[in-house]
Design a protein around this ligand. Structure first.
Ligand code: LLP
Length: 385
């Protein structure tokens, strides 16, 4: 990676966002989803809610997928109309539900039978009839890290398939909620199209069943997010396989041309445009290894500590021809505060700038103040603006 700004002026740790790559990624999503009028793309704000990023996405006309009223209000303030916001989450509070109804969001993705009753009660008090979709747990293995698998029967998300009929009966029988369809999300960082195909097969058969049993024709299917990115080689694959993703669903739902297919992409939209820049504070010789101790910690990027995630790390300033193995570690009082073990880097010294790549998704949005450490600074870079 070549950093297009003066290194000495960068206050580290720093999230560097390549806004031109974000723009190229959005172009590709538009190209692949725009071939047919049936797709409606909602950006999952949880991946990164930085104002500049959400505004850029809103400008393109994409909707938002939110999981708290904080995200709903933020999306609106960044230019996403309430009518393009879908609101999911297993634990929406009464006050969040009420505010979202008043704001006129597009749809609630409902996660339990009890939530149907609560939204119905609140909506009836307000004299409104919000759109709702039932989030169904399709029991499909996304073959990803178990912390980010969500569509298995053992996960807390969605309504169990066995309760589907009850949930449809309840919502169709309600005067205060308007059932428009179904929501699914099977997990994140999915790298082959097979789980998405399996999901489509299951959704098609579920729609057949519901149409037959209830004479109800859904107009909304939300297949969630989950498309993965190339953490190993971000320069080789800076843009995710949106072509594969959208053409899979186009093909699998070709027999239902009237159905609008909604998706909620997060990681694949923003991961590659973000890099965590960090300076080396010390190079410490251990008994068996060398440690490059950097000024970013797990409070800035928790993915390696929480999911054993591997991010590519490069030394941007070393002029050495020699490569040496290091554990790249942060300053926090936890052994898991490690960005990578035994990594081959150009010989590294105090003051060198390291780049932790593919950090745009679930980096800054999962940051904390642990150890009373300050937030990372940010740079939003574009050659063209
Ligand atoms: N829709 C729902 C209902 C979700 O739960 C998620 C992510 C998304 C959409 C967006 O999924 P994406 O396109 O980003 O895969 N912190 C973890 C990832 C957690 C994903 C949570 N849900 C990580 O850093 O890998």
């Amino acid at each position: 990676m070549i950093l297009p700004v003066d290194f000495s002026s960068v206050k580290t740790p720093c999230y560097f966002y390549d806004m031109d790559l974000l723009s190229a990624t959005l172009d590709e999503i538009e190209r692949c989803s725009g071939r047919s009028r049936r797709f409606s793309v909602h950006y999952a704000l949880k991946a990164n809610s930085e104002r500049q990023i959400v505004e850029e996405i809103a400008k393109r006309g994409f909707g938002a997928d939110c999981v708290s009223i904080g995200e709903v209000l933020h999306a609106i303030s960044c230019g996403v109309p309430a009518s393009k916001i879908v609101y999911a989450g297993v634990g929406k509070t009464d006050s969040e539900i009420e505010q979202a109804i008043r704001l006129g969001i597009a749809c609630f993705n409902i996660e339990s039978l009890e939530e149907i009753a609560i939204i119905d009660e609140i909506a009836s008090k307000l004299g409104c009839r919000p759109n709702v979709a039932l989030r169904i747990n399709p029991d499909i293995d996304a073959h990803t890290h178990h912390y980010i698998t969500t569509g298995l029967a053992e996960n807390k998300f969605g309504i169990d398939m066995r309760l589907l009929d009850r949930a449809v009966e309840m919502t169709l029988g309600s005067k205060s909620v308007n059932l428009i369809g179904f929501h699914f999300h099977i997990g994140s960082q999915i790298l082959t199209m097979v789980p998405f195909q399996l999901l489509s097969v299951r959704v098609n058969s579920l729609l057949d069943d519901v149409e037959r049993k209830f004479k109800f024709k859904p107009t909304y299917v939300n297949i969630g997010g989950g498309l993965g990115i190339d953490y190993d080689d971000p320069d080789k694959t800076p843009i995710a396989d949106f072509e594969g993703f959208f053409s899979t669903f186009e093909r699998e739902f070709s027999s239902r041309p009237d159905l609008t297919i909604h998706c909620e992409l997060g990681r694949s939209v923003v991961a590659q445009c973000g890099t965590l820049l960090t300076r080396v504070l010390y190079v410490k010789e251990g008994l068996e290894k060398k440690f490059a101790i950097v000024d970013a910690g797990m409070n800035n990027l928790i993915r390696p500590a929480l999911y054993q995630a591997v991010h590519k790390i490069e030394n941007l300033t070393s002029r050495s021809q020699e490569n040496v193995r290091y554990d790249v570690v942060g300053p926090i009082c936890e052994s898991s505060d490690t960005f990578g073990e035994n990594l081959l880097l150009a010989e590294t010294r105090r003051g060198d700038m390291l780049a932790v790549r593919s950090a745009g998704a679930y980096g800054q949005s999962m940051a904390s103040a642990y150890n009373m450490r300050p937030e990372a600074s940010r740079i939003f870079f574009s050659q063209y603006q």
